[in-house]
Design a protein around this ligand. Structure first.
Ligand SMILES: [Ca+2]
Ligand SMILES: [Ca+2]
Ligand SMILES: [Ca+2]
Length: 634
């Protein structure tokens, strides 16, 4: 059994980063020599260790570079991978100043904040040239203008055209995406350990691995995911909320998403009680009232909130432990509730809506979701959109009939599409933000198009000569969680496999099924295609496909309609010892009220296996209006 939270290196620094450090920027410690600045001086490990620092990758050329704030139109080369197009042609400390005999046109504006997000400047221009060289119009050669010593030379890299360029509709109808996806799939599986965990074994890496592999699909991937699902099931319990200080809400919210998608994909019934355990713990870890505040819990740093502030959200830990609920985990929790509800788990709607309302409280007037509850945010300001995108997904996946959920989902998706530049820059775990923002924005195709168009540079530059994708420095992050490849590789694979629609969160639906379920009062329960609401050994999905009644086994109940006298009537039904029958009344056949105190008595058991039931209502039927009664299961 591996320990899945303590060893997750990125989660703990979040607590510190937020409290003591303002948002950091790339290489902007200007009192330090360039090489000593964050992020270039960050120790890297895994296959990137030999690069010597945390530098930007320049796609499949084999180059790694850093940005120099004194030379904002140059890319300073810091590493050249052997056996790549750049090997033997470009040297460390070369400065690339242009492509195809054209100097770079814009200063880089690399940093954290709405005015500097994105790759404008030499990095973005390099990415465009790299893509053009691989396109139909290109010849597979990338011509670079290079400053070396006092000279400027032209160097041509033969990068080939085997990948092609990303299509204008990518990831839809994109041969390059398909080619890369086939390369990434076995790489992702290679990051799974013998116990089933991916990468570092933390909840983030398990989410990356399981979501990417399920989105790609196929028996081999699903078998790998199953091993991780079993591991998560073993490590989560209904009493997980009793664990404190262990950042468990990541484990449980992520677990709710992974296990739900796995259950919906496979119908394996053993997953459902495991989901229910996760739900029980998430109910207890959601912050609902001030009694959950631990008085000794850093009161100076995070003074306990007054009134109902922060209620409905999840933080890193149960209740208000540490510094209280935040939007990212709350959006994941709201999403998890919606997915578990689709799996037949009975979700407390008040709690679910409290989570959604937390996100509303964290939303600025421009629909940007901030880190947590925000007082009077600047209506023009925005930042990284991982939270906003995750909120879009959480709202889009809501199963309630009110239109307001989809309306709010659309607003969040549009915000993400209208401000796409921060895509690779979510606080703490950029790839986590990218994964969920991509999925959330995908719910609105026009917004998703904008997101993809604005970030083509990332998909061009993050691809490495070793095939896996690379986690380039983001502006607001301490370190990546596993090595510098796994999470970026999974994000690329997820995005490129979105057209498969293999996940409910990427758009999978059984055609007509949701609409069919919505015609029943019990529609939330019937959304579980693998459930058997009426206990007749036909799944809800089979009932849908066969046109049978999912609510009651036809013929079980035959009510004698002639015997209502005062408050008593009788009916006959099959003997069904494991079934609960409830009594409902209505004046219009539209609004039904359950008579929870109705008294039901078996008055006779007949030779044909049926029973006579006498029911006495606890309410008095009106004498001058219509009055309808029904009996149903449960
Ligand atoms: Ca369990
Ligand atoms: Ca059934
Ligand atoms: Ca049935």
């Amino acid at each position: 059994m591996i320990k899945i939270t303590h060893q997750n290196p990125y989660l703990f620094p979040i607590l510190i980063a937020l409290t003591f450090k303002s948002f950091g920027q790339t290489a902007y410690e200007e009192d330090q020599p360039l090489n000593n600045r964050y992020p270039w001086n960050t120790q890297v490990w895994g296959p990137d260790q030999q690069a010597g620092g945390w530098y930007y990758n320049l796609g499949i050329t084999g180059l790694r570079m850093m940005l120099d704030d004194q030379k904002p139109r140059e890319l300073l080369i810091k590493h050249v991978w052997p056996n790549t197009p750049a090997a033997g042609k470009i040297q460390v400390n070369d400065r690339i100043i242009g492509t195809n005999n054209t100097l770079f046109q814009e200063d880089h504006r690399n940093g954290h904040g709405r005015f500097v997000f994105g790759a404008r400047g030499p990095a973005g221009e390099f990415a465009t040239a790299l893509e053009t060289a691989q396109s139909n119009a290109g010849n597979g050669n990338l011509s670079l203008m290079v400053k070396r010593g006092g000279n400027t030379l032209n160097v041509t890299l033969n990068i080939g055209k085997s990948y092609g360029a990303y299509s204008t509709t990518y990831p839809e109808n994109c041969p390059k995406c398909s080619t890369i996806l086939a390369e990434l799939n076995p790489i992702i599986r290679s990051y799974q350990n013998s116990e089933g965990a991916f990468g570092n074994g933390g909840p983030d890496d398990n989410l990356f691995g399981c979501i990417a592999l399920m989105s790609i699909g196929g028996a081999e991937n699903m078998a790998a995911v199953k091993r991780c699902v079993q591991l998560i099931a073993d490590e989560t319990t209904a009493n997980g909320w009793q664990t404190t200080g262990d950042l468990i809400n990541w484990t449980y919210t992520v677990g709710s998403i992974i296990l739900s998608e796995y259950y919906l994909a496979t119908g394996e019934q053993w997953v459902k009680p495991e989901l229910n355990e996760i739900y029980q713990t998430l109910l207890r870890t959601q912050y609902t009232d001030r009694s959950q505040i631990i008085p000794t819990d850093e009161p100076d740093e995070f003074p306990p909130p007054s009134g109902t502030a922060f209620q409905g959200g999840w933080g890193h830990n149960p209740g208000f432990e540490a510094y209280g609920p935040i939007s990212m985990i709350t959006a994941q929790g709201a999403l998890g509730f919606a997915l578990m509800q689709r799996c037949g788990i009975a979700i407390d709607r008040a709690r679910h809506d409290a989570a959604y309302n937390f996100l509303v409280k964290a939303t600025g007037p421009n629909d940007h979701v901030w880190y947590g509850e925000t007082d009077d945010p600047d209506p023009n300001d925005w930042s990284a959109n991982g939270r906003t995108g995750t909120s879009a997904l959480a709202y889009f996946m809501a199963n309630y009939k009110e239109a307001s959920y989809r309306q709010r989902a659309l607003r969040y998706s549009q915000h993400s599409g209208n401000h796409p530049q921060s895509f690779p820059d979510t606080h703490a775990s950029p790839e986590m933000g990218m994964l969920l923002q991509a999925l959330g924005t995908y719910t609105d195709p026009p917004s998703f198009r904008k997101l993809m168009d604005a970030n083509k540079w990332w998909f061009a530059l993050a691809q490495t000569p070793q095939k896996s994708f690379y986690y380039s420095p983001a502006r607001d992050i301490t370190e990546p969680s596993t090595d510098f490849r796994f999470s970026a590789t999974c994000v690329a694979a997820l995005v490129f496999s979105l057209p498969n629609k293999n996940l409910y969160i990427s758009g999978k639906r059984i055609p007509g099924y949701d609409e069919w379920a919505a015609t029943f009062d019990e529609h939330l329960t019937l959304l579980d295609p693998w459930g058997d609401f009426d206990g007749d050994n036909k799944t809800n999905l089979a009932e849908f496909q066969n046109g049978t009644n999912p609510i009651s086994d036809a013929g079980v109940i035959a009510i004698d309609t002639g015997t209502l006298e005062n408050k008593t009537f009788t009916y006959t039904r099959k003997s069904t010892p494991n079934t609960t029958f409830s009594v409902w009344y209505s004046s219009d056949l539209a609004t039904w009220t359950q008579d929870t105190n109705a008294n039901q008595t078996v008055t006779a058991t007949n030779p044909d296996g049926t029973q006579n039931i006498s029911v006495t209502l606890s309410v008095t039927p009106p004498t001058n209006t219509k009055f309808f009664i029904r009996v149903r299961t449960p």
